[in-house]
Design a protein around this ligand. Structure first.
Ligand code: ZN
Length: 181
């Protein structure tokens, strides 16, 4: 859960990073940056901010923002019915960004959130500089993290069904509960 005050504060920080990335968004879009805390109630440590540009039955385009040293938990996009699962391309736009995927442990820049060693299993690090892209096939596990400046990236994908994503950490609830104070 997250308080309304904190939610607004995080939205504001995400806006500042989008501006630093030089991306123009409309006033209407500014009001609907979604903050996800994955039910962990520790937004500055684990979470993500998402602005959806478009989302149809088949495709989606979004901006993802990580605050400084914020981590998106390890997850994958499973098949749903006839859909093999979300295929996604990430394009780094600004900031310090690293992804973790299947492969040998070469982790040097990143860190595992405290006490979460067992739910961040992937340790193969890929540093993404602005303009770098990564493609994820359905079912491929990944997690990602920002460095000291935070990070801004595009996400282009097939159908998004966030509610059905799989997470290694069983404490995760995909829906963010906002507490009105
Ligand atoms: Zn993903």
């Amino acid at each position: 859960m997250i308080t309304r005050k904190q939610y607004t504060e995080v939205q504001q920080k995400a806006l500042e990073l989008i501006a630093k990335a030089g991306i123009h968004i409309t006033p209407e879009e500014q009001t609907r940056i979604a903050v996800a805390d994955f039910g962990l109630s520790d937004i500055y440590s684990q979470g993500i901010q998402v602005l959806t540009f478009f989302e149809t039955d088949r495709i989606a385009g979004k901006i993802l923002v990580l605050l400084p040293n914020q981590t998106e938990p390890e997850h994958w996009h499973p098949p749903v019915g006839n859909d093999p699962g979300k295929q996604e391309i990430i394009r780094a736009l600004w900031g310090d960004l690293r992804f973790y995927v299947e492969g040998d442990d070469n982790m040097t820049e990143g860190f595992i959130p405290i006490g979460k060693e067992d739910v961040f299993r992937l340790r193969h690090e890929i540093i993404l500089n602005p303009g770098d892209q990564l493609e994820f096939q359905p079912g491929e596990k990944h997690w990602f993290q920002a460095g000291n400046r935070g990070a801004v990236m595009y996400s282009f994908s097939t159908t998004v069904r966030d509610g059905l994503d799989g997470f290694t950490d069983s404490d995760i609830i995909r829906e963010t509960k906002i507490i009105e104070s």
